[in-house]
Each structure stands twice: as structure tokens, then as C-alpha cells.
Design a protein. Structure first.
Ligand code: 5GP
Length: 115
């Protein structure tokens, strides 16, 4: 299987507006933003979907994803008003890129149910 677009961003083969990076995590602005703030937070390790996430194996990594989301929400000024975190999984979930990613969306009122 070829590299996903997100692996290419991690390896700096294609450009992205990177806003956060640690040894394990990368975050960058979505190319097609759905809100004033729309950031994708991804683990550097390749995990295709939520279905491959295991609490026993990935607990620390998931904690780092949420730490990054909180830090970025604070930095982007959306922490106080609130924001939305989304993981899309497979076809019905609307997943397009098969490299696990958390969407951080904020800066406007979100609605429910989502489309
Ligand atoms: P999914 O639908 O898989 O949950 O979300 C994938 C997201 O990746 C979409 O919101 C899409 O706009 C974003 N995306 C796809 N290709 C690129 C890219 O090359 N660069 C960036 N920054 N975002 C991308």
C-alpha cells in the first residue's frame, strides 16, 4: 500500500501549515477548513482507522492527541467558547484519509446532528 497524504506531510514530502509537533504527534491546518479553526491532529505512527486503536497499546498516544487538542484550542483562542473534536471512521463515518486523525473545529457555533 502506498503512503497516505498525511504520511507525506509527516515526511515533509508535501507542504502543510504545521502548527504543532512533538516526537509522536503532528498537527496542521486542514486544506479545506469547515470552521474558522480547523486543525488535524495526527499520530506520526501509521494507524489507519479508529478500529485499529487499542486502549492497551495506544492509551498514552491518545492522551497526547487530547493534550495537543487542548493546547491548540487554547492557542487558537477557542478554548473558552468551546470546540468540537471529531474522528471519522470508514465509509459511513465519512473518512477520506486512512491515517488516524482528530479534527479540531472551532470559532463558530456547531450544530447537531452533523450531516
Ligand atoms: P476525513 O474525511 O478523512 O476525516 O478528513 C480528511 C481531511 O483531510 C479533510 O478535512 C481534508 O480537507 C483534509 N485534507 C486532505 N488532503 C489534505 C492535504 O493535502 N493537506 C491538508 N492540510 N489537509 C488535507
Amino acid at each position: 500500500m502506498g503512503k497516505t497524504i498525511f504520511s507525506k506531510i509527516i515526511d515533509r514530502e508535501i507542504p502543510a501549515d504545521i502548527v504543532y509537533e512533538t516526537d509522536n504527534i503532528l498537527a496542521f491546518r486542514d486544506i479545506n477548513p469547515q470552521a474558522p479553526v480547523h486543525i488535524l491532529i495526527i499520530p506520526k505512527v501509521e494507524i489507519p482507522t479508529v478500529r485499529e486503536v487499542k486502549g492497551s497499546e495506544h492509551a498514552a498516544l491518545l492522551g497526547e492527541l487530547f493534550d495537543a487538542a487542548n493546547e491548540l484550542a487554547e492557542k487558537e483562542g477557542i478554548s473558552k467558547e468551546g470546540f468540537r473534536l471529531v474522528f471519522n471512521c470508514d465509509k459511513n463515518g465519512g473518512q477520506v484519509v486512512y491515517h488516524l486523525h482528530m479534527h479540531l473545529l472551532g470559532g463558530r457555533q456547531m450544530r447537531w446532528p452533523p450531516g
